[in-house]
Write a protein that binds this ligand. Sequence first.
Ligand SMILES: Cc1ncc(C[n+]2csc(CCOP(=O)(O)OP(=O)(O)O)c2C)c(N)n1
Ligand SMILES: [Mg+2]
Length: 256
Amino acid sequence: MIDFSTKAKNTWCPGCTNFSILAAFKNALNDLAGEGYSKDNFVMVAGIGCHGKIPDYVDINSFMSLHGRDVASAEGIKAGNPNLTVVSFAGDGDAYAEGMEHLVHAAKRNANITLFVHNNQVFGLTTGQVTPTSPKGYRGRSTPFGSPEEPLNPLAVLLASGATFIARAWALDPDKLKEIMKRAVKHKGFSIVDIIQPCITFSDTRAHFKDKVFYLDQNWPTNDWSKAMQKIRENSDKVPLGVIYEINKPVFEEQL
Ligand SMILES: Cc1ncc(C[n+]2csc(CCOP(=O)(O)OP(=O)(O)O)c2C)c(N)n1
Ligand SMILES: [Mg+2]
């Protein structure tokens, strides 16, 4: 087992569900190293937010970007040296608010990078303001009377934009999360994993999601765009997890 820990002091809240994402990622790295991926070829990129501290806690090359600019930085790193395995970590505010234009275009051009979104449905680090994925009625620092807006469905936007790998995961199931992370890294092209990551301090949705999440069937047809869109937009009380969509298409860096 390779030790990917660092000496940095961890400053997440005690019990933060990001610890589970960190553990899953380290285990995924360890497996991938055993499958021929070079530890030295990995680069992790992050935005700004609670999620953005994750590179401090993993002993691989990393680049801490600006808020909402992690995807653009990851694209630049990959275009500059296509031999690198580039994995970006973003918050929901980071990816779906500030960084949305970069995200849509990275999906459109099928940049060969992987994005893990810590979707806690809140601007966590800045103490609980509403983000594009906060539920209607969410009460936080900027919406004390409840958010009047319907949340955005980011996976529908990304599927429509041309993403070639779309998955959803649950932070509190690190074993399955690890497997989904590995598939996303191995996918050639733009891959996104939206990780439902309850913020225990400002939006504690652990109990809410616990009984709602379920894994898609083994036989789910991952290459069917219409079925994927239907599943992503399904108006249901249940939240599907796993790889929802995956196809092969030429990647941006090879066509440059
Ligand atoms: C351009 C810019 N806008 C705003 C901020 C302030 N800011 C820092 S972290 C943050 C919230 C991050 O929320 P999210 O991306 O969801 O990550 P989380 O903290 O929830 O993991 C904001 C708004 C900033 N640093 N830069
Ligand atoms: Mg957030």
